[in-house]
Design a protein around this ligand. Structure first.
Ligand code: AMP
Length: 190
């Protein structure tokens, strides 16, 4: 199995690249952000719980997020592999992912971080907010809070995988096609 973690700050292009990568490598795409938005749209208890955190640009608590991720992975027993987009975002989530994959006698193959600077992120997310309909994309202070949360809670996940010899990063500035090539080059060497 190939299990990829596509990593990087909000607005770094993870979703766009994940959609292209799943086609090339025939993996199952799991975006916890998309899953939460689906749950919110369907007004499920999980969605109602997650909504307030997302609206503020905070992380949804680990136990909720990990439970949802586990259900999604277990819904695809025959998968060739997964691409995790927006997960793990905390060290406990990374540890839970490692345990879950170990139960399936597999592991994270590699984590690839898309590197994009803060001002470019704010610009991109504001632009996305014009069409995404996402409240968390439309307010600069919420966007900046998401970046702060990324630096304090999520960035350590990169070091966690570097310590396992699995952390990689690519320049996230360029055309979609250029960035896709950079990611493919890393994946093909995993
Ligand atoms: P995203 O679409 O990945 O930018 O996620 C949108 C929002 O959903 C985030 O700002 C968080 O509030 C929440 N979220 C998504 N993934 C996670 C996660 N792995 N852990 C906690 N909260 C998450």
């Amino acid at each position: 199995m190939i299990n990829l973690v596509l990593f990087g700050p909000p607005g770094s292009g993870k979703g766009t690249q994940a959609h292209k990568l799943v086609k090339k490598y025939h993996l199952i795409h799991i975006s916890t952000g998309d899953l939460f938005r689906h749950e919110i749209g369907s007004q499920t208890p999980l969605g109602i719980q997650a909504k307030a955190f997302i609206a503020k640009g905070e992380l949804v608590p680990d136990e909720v997020t990990i439970g949802m991720l586990r259900n999604k992975v277990e819904a695809h027993p025959g998968a060739k592999g997964f691409i995790f987009d927006g997960f793990p975002r905390t060290i406990p989530q990374a540890e839970a992912l490692d345990r879950l994959l170990a139960e399936k006698e597999t592991a994270v193959s590699g984590l690839i971080a898309l590197q994009v600077d803060d001002e470019e992120i704010v610009k991109r997310i504001k632009l996305r907010g014009e069409t995404s309909g996402r409240a968390d994309d439309s307010n600069e202070s919420i966007i900046r809070n998401r970046i702060d949360v990324y630096k304090s809670e999520t960035a350590p996940v990169f070091d966690y995988y570097v310590q396992q010899g699995k952390g990689h990063s690519v320049d996230g500035i360029g055309s979609v096609a250029q960035i896709f090539e950079r990611l493919s080059a890393v994946i093909d060497r995993l």
